[in-house]
Design a protein around this ligand. Structure first.
Ligand code: SF4
Ligand code: SF4
Length: 425
């Protein structure tokens, strides 16, 4: 389980390096897309820079030293009732012979209360379509709009592209819409006491916990915790129906099942000038272009930090391309039809039911660094340090490259003498 009801809400990161397991091999340092990791003196890796909780270091560490904040066994013996709402990515993890209804049935044997998210994915798409249509072409509309669904992308924008925070769509994510509605229904029907349960999201994503404990669009998240798909995989697999058993037909549809693959969110909307990009390096490249004023003709960007979309999330079990094949084959068995009452959804939209409570802000610690005068001085200092460096990009200093090393020296995190090549020149 990543996080839970009782997690440290002041923590800014949910990906951690276990110093006892780390052997200083530098693989994570080389892989980190935001150059946040350092391995000084070839000892242990430390996260010192802007970590966006993308989980790339979890994927590449061969020693299992990097983890998302975890209390893995909690979900087996919860202190409180657990209401489960699973990401559709879970449907991609067991191969094409296992259908969503089988997985729902297995979840119901594993947890007490289980809900399918399809209805809320469909509602979200309806609200988004209305919002795009109504704000299109308006003077004050921020285009392109950016999907708020991937918490890594949201954090990346907040830290590195704060000018684009205004482009993040104000429609609440399906997982928050679902959790809010589940809580309302449970309390209305007196099913459980408010203090006795929590709504948990089964997720492929190492960053989900930070979006729950430090939400960017709400004062408090409606979710109480997140459980990694890798943590529930074995128990769900054990509880899958046998070959002769049948499960109640899933309320899902092909569009909802496809949400986990790159392009799934925009495919579930009607026709429009939308674009999907996946993978952190590509996402950064496109955000840079948007910041430069390009792509104004695109109405909506779906960015996913993980390559191929959330099916490539660090807390998944199946290979991302196998998972994609499974999604494509399974979704063919389902219809495209959304079971939504459009007029009802539109009324809820007019009442503001879909909208976020607050606009996302640049984190304080990022703001502090980015005062213009300070930043100009810093950049001058970095350029000066760079002039003296050999530019071999060897990483022996414990920084991922010469530029990062120069930044570390400028920020007081490293000393020039730590560059071995400079010493032996
Ligand atoms: S989670 Fe991503 S950004 Fe954070 S240290 Fe690991 S690789 Fe870098
Ligand atoms: S693409 Fe999906 S799994 Fe990956 S970081 Fe974003 S939300 Fe999480």
């Amino acid at each position: 389980m990543i996080g839970g009801k009782v997690t440290d809400k002041t923590s800014l990161h949910y990906v951690h390096i276990d110093e006892k397991r780390c052997v200083g091999c530098v693989l994570c340092m080389k892989a980190c897309p935001t150059k946040a990791i350092r391995v000084r003196g070839l000892k242990v890796a430390k996260i010192v820079g802007t970590c966006v909780d993308c989980g790339e270091c979890i994927r590449v560490c061969p020693h299992g030293a990097v983890k998302a904040t975890t209390t893995r066994d909690d979900y087996k013996a919860p202190a409180a009732n657990m209401v489960i709402s699973a990401s559709p990515v879970l449907y991609s993890q067991f191969g094409q012979d296992v259908l969503p209804e089988d997985i729902q049935a297995a979840l119901q044997k594993t947890f007490e209360y289980v809900f399918d998210q399809t209805y809320f994915l469909d509602l979200y798409n309806v609200a988004l379509e209305i919002f795009i249509k109504e704000t299109s072409g308006k003077e004050d509309s921020s285009r392109p709009l950016i999907s708020p669904v991937c918490p890594v992308v949201n954090r990346l924008i907040a830290y590195r592209f704060p000018a684009l925070l205004k482009n993040l769509s104000p429609i609440l994510t399906p997982r928050e819409l679902a959790a809010r509605e589940l809580k309302r229904r449970i309390e209305k029907d007196d099913l459980l006491k408010k203090t006795d349960y929590g709504v948990y999201h089964i997720t492929p994503c190492s960053a989900k916990m930070i979006s729950i404990n430090n939400p960017m669009f709400l004062k408090t998240s409606y979710l109480d915790g997140a459980i990694g798909i890798n943590d529930v995989f074995e128990s769900v697999k054990r509880n899958l129906p046998g070959p002769d058993e049948t499960s109640p037909v899933s309320p899902s549809n092909s569009l909802a099942i496809g949400w986990g693959i790159s392009g799934g969110e925009i495919a579930a909307m009607g026709e429009g000038n939308y674009m999907a990009v996946s993978g952190l390096p590509e996402t950064i490249r496109y955000l840079e272009k948007i910041e430069m004023g390009l792509f104004r003709d695109i109405e909506y960007f779906e960015f996913r930090a993980c390559l191929e979309g959330c099916i490539g999330g660090p807390l998944t079990v199946a290979d991302r391309y196998e998972a994609k094949r499974t999604v494509m084959n399974i979704s063919r068995m389902f219809s495209h039809d959304k079971r939504i009452r459009y007029a009802q959804a539109e009324r809820a939209y007019r009442k503001g039911w879909f909208f976020s409570e607050k606009r996302p802000q640049q984190p304080e610690e990022a703001g502090k660094r980015s005062g213009i005068i300070h930043e100009i001085e810093r950049q001058e200092k970095i350029a000066k340090i760079m002039e003296g460096l050999p530019g071999k990009e060897c990483g022996f200093c414990g920084s991922p490259g010469c530029r990062s090393f120069a930044e570390d020296v400028a920020d007081g995190r490293a000393m020039l003498e730590e560059c071995i090549r400079m010493r032996i020149r």
